[in-house]
Design a protein around this ligand. Structure first.
Ligand code: GTQ
Length: 349
């Protein structure tokens, strides 16, 4: 059908006339647009920590935070070359801040999260509150909040950045502003947001927006113990094992309006079930080691490896080892669910 349409000389001449007027026939592209199931341009991929880690020290020697604004290696999906994107909606990068450095204050409409990988003693300040970050901490920098980073420790500190930047770019909704000073002056004591909003109680004399979580830092020690306690009494999800969501306590929903983040535990010697869903997921190995079978291909991961599962690609988690395997992940599903775009199925059931 297609070839007949396109080989017809009269039709070709007609299409050229249309093109001159910035018009196009729908019937030649219809089947590429309205596909039965999603066809992501992003491909499954794994970045090995072993390969990334030495390049971070090299970046420290080559470029200052002063010059770079943020010293980050962007994880570029092989299917999205040149787009600074790990999926069509999500950005991921590895940021390093050396002792004594400052990553100056700014704000942007893109929402950001940090998952700390290595080093202790650097801080992120958001809206005047500083939090000292420890490995495994989950830190949010919601849309249009002022934020800066500083490292007053003796060691480099490294974290995974996750942003909704490709989605914000696609929506032509990126705004950016530098702060008038290099850093924000601490305006609130450390731990302020945790005491206010993360204790199952709230200050009854003040309100906060429910657009994003008011909690700045979700400490690893708490998240990790939660996983262990849940695992003692529950097998968890057949697809994800024991998995916890970092929530906005004001809504019960995702911590960021556009990004949902999780920590999960795949028990020793376990093979979970395959499933697929719309929305893309970025995984980062935290403890132990495991395997994600993506589209039938095994990706064996170790600590701090980053893996990406694009929309609708079947995947399953395996842990052949004797230790629990802990994974951090973030997804774009808050951009899908409210609009009826989220679908999930287990192909093998
Ligand atoms: O730390 O504020 O990876 O603004 C990309 C953009 C990190 C940050 C990134 C940013 C930041």
């Amino acid at each position: 059908m297609r070839t007949v349409l396109e080989s017809d000389a009269r039709r070709q001449a007609y299409y050229e006339k249309l093109a001159d007027l910035h018009l196009g026939p729908l019937w030649t592209v219809f089947r590429d647009l309205l596909t039965p199931t999603p066809r992501p341009r992003a491909v499954p991929y794994q970045w090995r920590w072993q390969s990334i880690r030495p390049l971070l020290d090299e970046a420290v020697a080559l470029v200052s935070t002063e010059e770079a604004e943020r010293r980050v290696l962007v994880l570029e999906n092989p299917g999205l070359e040149g787009e600074s994107a790990i999926t069509q909606t999500l950005y991921a990068g590895i940021q390093i801040i050396a002792p004594g450095e400052v990553a100056r204050a700014h704000r942007h409409t893109a929402n950001a999260l940090r998952f700390i990988l290595e080093g202790e003693g650097a801080f992120t300040a958001v809206g005047g509150e500083r939090t000292i970050m420890h490995p495994g901490d989950f830190v949010v920098t919601p849309t249009w909040t002022w934020h800066d980073h500083g490292n007053q420790s003796q060691q480099s500190v490294i974290w995974l950045d996750g942003l909704d930047l490709p989605a914000a770019l696609a929506l032509a909704a990126v705004f950016y502003e530098p702060y008038p000073e290099e850093s924000q002056l601490p305006g609130r004591p450390e731990g302020d947001s945790r005491w206010r909003w993360a204790q199952g109680m709230r200050p009854a004399f003040e309100s906060a927006t429910s657009l994003y979580s008011p909690i700045l830092n979700y400490p690893y020690a708490i998240a990790r113990e939660t996983l262990e306690r849940l695992a003692a009494t529950s097998p968890g999800s057949p697809y994800d094992g024991v998995i916890i969501q970092y929530i906005n306590p004001l809504s019960g929903g995702p911590a960021l309006p556009t990004i949902d983040a999780y920590l999960q535990r795949i028990g020793p010697k376990s093979s979970l079930q395959a499933h697929r869903h719309s929305g893309s997921t970025v995984y980062c190995g935290v403890e132990g080691a495991g395997v994600i079978e993506i589209d039938g291909r095994p990706y064996a991961w170790e600590g701090h490896d980053v893996l990406v599962v694009p929309s609708w690609v079947p995947h399953r988690h395996l842990n052949p080892h004797n230790e629990p395997a802990i994974l951090f992940s973030f997804t774009d599903t808050p951009l899908l669910r409210p609009f009826g775009l989220y679908r999930e199925e287990a192909p093998e059931s």
